[in-house]
Design a binder for this molecule. Structure first.
Ligand code: ADP
Ligand code: MG
Length: 243
């Protein structure tokens, strides 16, 4: 398990003289086991920030620290993180069990029995233990989402990153999966960074909320603090705070 420090991190895209500043000098300490929700309008730098923590994007300035390790130079694999995106791509020709085993086969030295046991345990925990022999095409959207989550956590990562994982689901399923993700995170105690532009997710899911606009940190606090004591007019407007 690991806390995360984002230390004066900036990301610029494009040439020096007309660069887009996607993330602008953001600093943030995240506790081990904490669930932090990043919220802000489209283009505010949420995905870029998450991708820098994941090692999928290299920051222009600043440090990312996971646990005791400055991970600036480390690729995604070495960071021991799991990531779930909006467009979770399951392998269509593999069964659920194969989808969930694949990463373990590639990245651990577990033997086949151990892998099978780990996958079964995780699938049971996710309520998809009866679907192991099915292929993704045979599953509902919600079941596919559970497989995607199960596949990402089966490696028992230190850090769990989610970028709008529920935005393709209908309202009923979103409500169900919100609860499910919170339960899972608490069971695993895994440090979680969760990106959304959904008000309800922002207000209900995390220990703390991080509000971004134009790549700049606007406020960090509990959802209630941000809602009732917004740091500025932008936060108040975005969260719909009472005036
Ligand atoms: P969000 O996830 O909050 O919608 P993003 O992190 O995707 O925001 O984008 C932040 C800003 O960085 C936007 O202005 C976007 O156009 C820009 N951006 C993101 N990725 C790239 C890229 N690969 N190349 C150039 N500009 C990018
Ligand atoms: Mg995004």
């Amino acid at each position: 398990m690991a806390g995360i420090t984002i230390d004066n991190v900036t990301k610029r895209f494009g040439a020096e003289d007309n660069a887009v500043v996607a993330v602008d000098d953001v600093s943030l300490d995240i506790d081990d086991g904490e669930f932090v929700v990043f919220v802000g309008p489209s283009g505010s730098g949420k995905s870029t920030l998450l991708r820098m923590v994941a090692g999928l994007e290299q920051q222009s300035e600043g440090d990312v620290v996971i646990g005791d390790t400055v991970v600036n130079e480390l690729g995604p694999r070495a960071r021991d993180i799991a990531m779930v995106f909006q467009n979770y791509a399951l392998y269509p020709n593999m069964t659920v069990e194969e989808n969930m085993s694949f990463g373990l086969k590639m990245s651990t030295d577990m033997d086949d029995d151990e892998i099978a046991r780990t996958v079964t345990d995780t699938a049971e925990m996710m309520g998809i233990g009866n679907l192991l022999d099915d292929t993704p095409g045979e599953l509902s959207g919600g079941q596919q989402q559970r497989v995607a989550l199960g596949r990402s956590i089966v490696r028992d990562p230190n850090v769990f990153l989610m970028d709008e994982p529920l935005s393709n689901l209908d309202a009923k399923l979103r409500t169900e999966m919100r609860t499910e993700i919170n339960r899972l995170q608490q069971d695993l105690g895994v440090t979680t960074l969760y990106v959304t532009h959904d008000q309800t997710e922002a207000m209900t899911m995390g220990d703390r909320l991080v509000v971004l606009n134009y790549g700049e940190l606007q406020q960090v606090g509990t959802p209630l603090e941000c809602f009732y004591r917004p740091a500025n007019r932008f936060v108040a407007g975005f969260l719909g705070s009472p005036s």
